[in-house]
Design a protein around this ligand. Structure first.
Ligand code: IPM
Ligand code: MN
Length: 375
């Protein structure tokens, strides 16, 4: 397919957000050039940067542009500068508000081991086995959004957060996870704490009921503590993992660590409104401005956006191949360079890593054109 036109709302945010976003845009520019697509990027204030600029982490104009766009690409939010603010005035409130306003109740986090990074995994992964799983995280409910209370003497003697899930909220994300599993290896692990939490009991019963409609999917319900252990012991057993908002947040960081770095993992959020793509890492203020962040998570977000929102599977695969190429040629940002790195490994910054991936993309495309397939 050529000549596709898309409007992309770009929210760089804070810390390393602008650097990794810059890398992803340069790769998207190369993709547009090679395939004669047109991506219209509109950059908008968001997070702490927007608090400083307009007094609010999610300005109305930013939200409006996100609603109108074909997809949203986001960097990261947060930083020490705003940490003393109350929860509802922190940069993170902008992110939660954006997810809520766009009705994004599904969050998909693919965690896959790149072969050249096998040696830096903190696990000894058996030869012949790998890590290739997807966390489907509920994103619009649970303890993140339940009523919050405080009271007692001095008004803060106690505080509470509340985990609430309705059948409908569980069903809509579970159905998506079942479909995703059916399209992959047909295995679904649903994570809960049904031995303690009533909301988890409802989660488990709802998932088990839906399972009857998906005979091709094998479903297993696991307690979250056991799931955290199983990911460490034998990550290859997992295909799709379905989780609540909170459990998915925690388990996705754990799984990311096993494939080498949280900087490698993209995510996609889906629901009623425009889809949102963001790497799962934070704003890493200690790395900001030093050109040493890993842009791969955000570049893989760009690939996911092309495939899932724009139907451009060839382009998405080309970007994913370009990332694998850059890694197999030995380019590493500091987070994925092991101390005793093999010879042939070259440590590069965020900008150079992005440029290497961009170059790998343009080279592979000229091969594609030469052989006349896939164009
Ligand atoms: C994530 C982040 C966010 C979350 C924060 C920044 C609100 O940790 O996307 O994983 O908890 O969802
Ligand atoms: Mn997180």
């Amino acid at each position: 397919m050529t000549g596709v036109r898309k409007k992309i709302a770009v929210l760089p945010g804070d810390g390393i957000g602008p650097e990794v976003i810059h890398g992803a845009i340069s790769v998207l520019d190369e993709c547009a050039r090679s395939f004669s697509h047109h991506f219209d990027f509109r950059e908008l204030p968001f997070g702490g940067a927007a608090i400083d600029q307009c007094g609010h982490p999610l300005p109305a104009e930013t939200l409006e542009s996100c609603r109108e766009a074909d997809a949203v690409l986001l960097g990261a939010v947060g930083g020490a500068k705003w940490d003393s603010q109350p929860l509802d005035r922190r940069p993170e409130a902008g992110l939660l508000g954006l997810r809520k306003e766009l009705g994004l109740y599904i969050n998909v986090r693919p965690v896959k081991l790149f072969e050249p990074l096998r040696e830096i995994s903190p696990l000894r992964i058996e030869k012949g086995s790998t890590i290739d799983l997807e966390i489907v995280r509920e994103l619009a409910g649970g303890i993140y959004f339940g009523p919050r209370q405080s009271g007692g003497e001095g008004a803060e003697e106690f505080v509470s957060d509340t985990e609430i899930y309705s059948v409908r909220e569980i069903e809509r994300v579970a159905l998506y996870a079942f479909r995703r599993a059916a399209a992959r290896r047909g295995q679904l692990a649903s994570i809960d704490k049904a031995n303690v939490l009533a909301s988890s009991g409802l989660w488990r019963r709802t998932v088990q009921r839906i399972a009857k409609d998906f005979p091709e999917v094998t479903v297993e319900s696991l307690y979250v503590d056991n799931a955290a252990l199983q990911i460490l012991l034998r990550p290859s057993q997992f295909d799709v993992m379905l989780t609540s908002n909170m459990f998915g947040d925690i388990l996705s960081d754990e799984a990311a660590g096993l494939v080498g770095s949280i900087g490698l993992i993209p995510s996609m959020s889906l629901g009623n409104g425009t889809a949102l793509y963001e790497p799962i890492h934070g704003s890493a203020p200690q790395l900001a401005g030093k050109d040493c962040a890993n842009p791969i998570g955000t570049i893989l977000c760009a690939a996911m956006m092309l495939r899932e929102s724009f139907g451009l599977a060839t382009e998405a695969a080309a970007i994913e191949r370009a990332v694998a190429h850059a890694l197999s040629r030995g380019y590493r940002t500091p987070d994925i360079a092991s101390p005793g790195a093999k010879s042939g490994v070259q440590i590069v910054g965020c900008a150079e890593m992005s440029a290497r991936i961009r170059a790998a993309l343009s080279e592979s495309l000229s091969e594609t054109e030469r052989y006349g397939w896939g164009v």
